[in-house]
Ligand binder design. Sequence first.
Ligand code: PMP
Length: 363
Amino acid sequence: MSALTPRPGIMKIAPYVPGKDSVEGKQTIAKLSSNEGALGPSPKAMAAYAKAATELHRYPDGDSGNLRAAIGRHYGLDAKRIVCGAGSDELLNLLVRAYCGPGDELLYSQFGFLMYPINALGVGATPVAAPENDYRADVDAMLAKVSDKTRVVCLANPNNPTGTYITKDDVRRLHAGLPKNVLLVIDAAYAEYVSRNDYESGVELVDQAENVVMTRTFSKIYGLGGLRLGWMYGPAGIVDVMSRLRQPFNVNLAAQAAGIAAMADIAHTDASRTNNDIWLPWLSTELTKLGLKPLPSVGNFVLVGFGSKERAAAANDWLMNDGLIPRMVAGYGLPEHLRITIGTESEVKAVHASLSRFVAANK
Ligand code: PMP
């Protein structure tokens, strides 16, 4: 056995397993396993990417200045308080590295995004999960788990994989109940899909508090997951900390160019949102009619309950056999569910047809 051992906690990490992208021996009809934007990237983003290809010998802008300015203009935010990253995953990881360490606790919600406990273990901290209420983050349960060791609280709103969200008032209540030396990270990766009056991505709270940041991504509605691009908005103090820890040139040249172009293509973003607004409720309603249990989602995916883990696994195989790739979420403690990304009309209808046959064959 090797005398070389990693720092404590790291061997407790179960490596993150991304969604499958193909089915062996089958033609893939639709990859619905990673919540990638249904319409793909804007043609304008692709053109910007192609143009960037002629400049690949150049290092990118080290602090993504033009991109931050464009994000600032688009979302009405101060560019100086934006930090860009190689996916929001990078920023979530850096935040934990900055504010959490051995002996500390990172608090998250039971079915919260898997990278939170992984990031905590990576720095030798202890991930603490608060129980959820009906697959939704429970503010009281989270506050009850706060201890004097809690340093970071991560909340995905809306959450992946459940698709549920908590209201703006609840987010405020969570923040108000936290000690001032605890960082609240609001991960709003799916914010662009949400159109509820009682939802707020976190921007307003960031502007009022010194211990809150909001993270966002270009991987979902902008369809740029392959380029790895995310950003965060935070108070000046946290932005300063991130500028010390962040690698120089962490966002590549093509991602910066494509991100700017993607935001400018409002028509494409609107079409992506409209696609989701139509097909998310349609699929949820139709699956309910089949006797399945889709959770009420506000993201670009739906978590579907099959009643038992055997049935969920069988449905997974059935869909895969039809060339449709869902996501198994047993790693989240949800073995009775499958998560399905909302694709285009034909993809969503193919899922419905496949699951109709599955239900008929598995009465
Ligand atoms: N947060 C949540 C809630 C997510 O679902 C994802 C994507 N799986 C991410 C963060 C990371 O996104 P990215 O690194 O592609 O920006």
